[in-house]
Design a protein around this ligand. Sequence first.
Ligand SMILES: [Ca+2]
Length: 445
Amino acid sequence: MAGSSKTIGALLVAASALAGAGAALGQARHASNEFPTGAISQPSARVQQPAWSGSSGASGDPAMTVEAIRAAAADFPNCIERLWSAAARRGISRVTFRAYAERLTPDLRIMDMLDAQPEFTKSFWDYLDLLVTDERIEKGRELLQRYDRTFDAVERAYGVDRHIIAAIWGIESNYGTLGGDRPVVRSTATLACIGRRQRYFRDEFLAALEILQHGDIRPDRLVGSWAGAFGPTQFMPTAFKRYAVDFDGDGRRDVVDSIPDVIASTANNLKKDGWVSGETWGYEVVVPATFDFRLAGPSHAMTLRDWQRAGIVRPSHQPFPRLDDRAYLLVPAGVQGPGFLMLTNFRVIMKYNPAEAYALAIGHLADRLRGGGPFVQQWPRYERVLSRDERLELQQLLARHGYDIEPDGHLGARTRAAIRDFQASAGIVPDGFASATVLNRLRRQ
Ligand SMILES: [Ca+2]
């Protein structure tokens, strides 16, 4: 996790994120917020990886043209050698460098993944359905039982709820079964020398070499997503440096093969990111159609007492346990779906995986592991999800109507705000939801 990330393409997350190699790339744990983890399917190690498409990236970045990629690939051995002095300053020996860096070849297929912009995306509810399944709930409960004593010890040491850790384990890698099989050193070396994120990945590459230098993880076990996230809870190399702990006391911080190290390191990560002990992540709430939806969004936090006064209640009118806790309102599907009041710990989960759909899946799976039920309210499953072209068109139409947005196909907070303003002016419930209905209204204006 390289730092915090804020602007989230929240409503719709790229479908490719689920399709391959734990496509791990958020700004925090992963390198771009468009492609979070949560591997659903994973090519097996025996299946031959397809070659690079040989085409320019969709981002339009000058470093992603075919010519730039080919030139950087030709220069790859020199690029690696230029990193030697930085590696040496980190205490990496020439022997280690020779063994793991010098003979690397680039994995150019990663360039396709770095710039993947799928035309079709899934809805928020489709992601939740895919990520929080009965099978995942059952498996998680089994693991909570099997590692009961480890979870006890970790909760005592870090004060982080075991169900959240188990849920991260389940969402990030399906409990260690879908973490990716690409060598982390090769992936990060490729991204450090080729493409549009070289600066970011130089640090990841060098941190990966440090792991091998210290002998924390066996070289053949340091494999993961194409972006270099590894282990059951998908640590990036720099996140490993910051958060990994040796909880089983064998002298190695092995967040791949030691379950105590995995559980404790993940807890330590959340704790250092600000986890509030004894508090949950948030609540499902009912948002009335008359509600002022401009109050929604991460930039507007207020106490649960104030939300209650504004007309927000829990589905069966259970009281909020701690009325002074501050929360922000998330309404992923507008007035037609459930709302959520997100506490501090939701923001902490967002640092772990900076996509709202994934963070909500982690919180919800944790509740289910604890014995809670599904969400009470229905999602608007009849709503069609806009394609990438339609999302762009929606933004272009909004911009043409004078709303302050830059069309990029990603529906973030600014687009939602513009949609709300447009809806208000058109006399529809201003919930900011990018529906086909809104697009049609814009087309007719
Ligand atoms: Ca250990």
